[in-house]
Design a protein around this ligand. Structure first.
Ligand SMILES: Cc1cc2nc3c(=O)[nH]c(=O)nc-3n(C[C@H](O)[C@H](O)[C@H](O)COP(=O)(O)OP(=O)(O)OC[C@H]3O[C@@H](n4cnc5c(N)ncnc54)[C@H](O)[C@@H]3O)c2cc1C
Length: 374
């Protein structure tokens, strides 16, 4: 027999966005089900051993893995009101509002929630080059999982591809784990991550080759090295090839929102380069064009854990409000406060991309939009 769960709110994804959404909805008395594909709750946070930037209200200065514990503790305080399934993937969203889920590879069940919050995070991008299917070519997320979650040294010597924050932070973590980082190659003419991270790895003797990329991986049955070369502004190879000896090529070349369930739900989607892919059009409560579906975190556009947590809070609040659990004044006041925090997080030069991306994809209210369409 297939079990059917009928919670007030189903939260898909147990990273910082999903956990914050679940805490917020449960705090207003909603019965919440959280399904999380990974074995442990926390999403990206459980791999992050460094102290997070962001804002004090979102635990800036605390290590990512500790922030996950704080959020999980908050959630556990709600006892039976929140049911959590880990190692559990939401597989499909159906027209009748049923979401199908699978625990491991054996247990299949259905959820028919009143409201759904999609907080499925992001997927890693990869780049094509000859030999990129050899064992030893990894995404940075896999390297971090091996190293920081399972305590497995992933390599002896790594070539890192990408000098954004993820490439720089994972390089530093590799060095801390006793792995030699041969070099970092970066296609762009400048380092994309914060200088503080770049300075740390440079001080430890890791060269950063700007305007360079991997030309091919070398190896019979596994990676034994890589050929790198400079590129010009058109992306054409120029100059001499250079051989880098390594047993892992680690790709940290960007993330894209995990949005399959939103497509399946029939949400209006839009390609926004600043948010790194297709994202759902949403109102200021993170509600999508499907009135019962909200989105939060990296699934709504690639940003940071701090914005993911605030967006999760907004989605949790708004779903509880739509079920009549929050009075109008309290709802408006909290929403204002969460938007104040988002505006601070997206302020200044660092937030300009997120600001312009969200501006493109956010509408004031769906009611106004349908009036416009009519
Ligand atoms: C190396 C690195 C360093 C970072 N440093 C910082 C920092 O210093 N400060 C900062 O603010 N941010 C930082 N970030 C970014 C931050 O980790 C992410 O922005 C944040 O984790 C996004 O939260 P999320 O909840 O949207 O997604 P995630 O944390 O990715 O969580 C998504 C969850 O959804 C689950 N899931 C996905 N699909 C399904 C499905 N179909 N069914 C069920 N579950 C599903 C996944 O298993 C996962 O647990 C860093 C990220 C990385 C990789």
């Amino acid at each position: 027999m297939i079990i059917l769960r009928t919670p007030d709110v189903l939260v898909i994804g147990g990273g910082p966005a999903g956990l914050s959404a679940a805490v917020e909805a449960a705090s207003f008395g909603c019965h919440v089900v959280v399904v999380n594909e990974d074995l442990a709750l926390g999403g990206q946070l459980i791999k992050q051993t460094h102290k997070f930037f962001g804002s004090a209200a979102e635990h800036a200065g605390t290590r990512g893995v500790e922030i996950a514990k704080i959020l999980i503790d908050e959630l556990e305080r709600f006892g039976d009101r929140v049911e959590v399934f880990t190692n559990c993937s939401a597989l499909g969203y159906y027209r009748d509002g049923v979401v199908t889920c699978m625990v491991g590879e054996e247990r299949y069940f259905k959820v028919k929630p009143k409201k759904v919050i999609v907080a499925t995070g992001a997927l890693e991008k990869l780049i094509p080059f000859p030999g990129n299917d050899l064992p030893g070519v990894y995404g940075a997320g896999a390297v971090q999982t091996l190293m920081n979650v399972y305590g497995v040294k992933p390599a002896k010597r790594v070539l890192m591809v990408g000098a954004g924050n993820i490439g720089l932070i994972v390089s530093y973590q590799l060095l801390q784990a006793g792995v030699d980082v041969a070099a970092i190659v970066e296609f762009a003419p400048k380092v994309g991550g914060y200088w503080v991270h770049a300075a740390k790895v440079r001080r430890l003797g890791v060269p950063i080759y700007l305007r360079h990329t991997v030309k091919r991986a070398i190896g019979e049955n596994a990676v034994e090295g890589a050929v790198i070369q400079a590129v010009n502004e058109k992306g054409e190879f120029v100059g001499d090839e250079r051989f880098i000896e390594c047993d892992v090529i680690c790709m940290a070349v960007g993330l894209t929102p995990t949005c399959e369930l939103l497509w399946q739900a029939g949400c209006e989607m839009c390609y926004v380069p600043e948010l790194a892919g297709h994202v759902a059009v949403r109102d200021r409560t993170m509600r999508t064009s499907r009135p019962d579906v909200w989105v939060a975190g990296d699934a709504a556009g690639i940003e940071e854990a701090s914005t993911a947590m605030v967006e999760g809070r907004i989605a949790g609040l708004a779903s509880a409000h739509s079920l009549g659990h929050v009075d109008e004044e309290a709802f408006k006041e909290r929403l204002r406060e969460y938007w104040r925090r988002l505006d601070v997080l997206r302020g200044g030069e660092a937030g300009s991309k997120a600001r312009s991306g969200t501006f493109k994809v956010m509408i004031e209210t769906w009611e106004e939009r349908s009036v416009e369409v009519r």
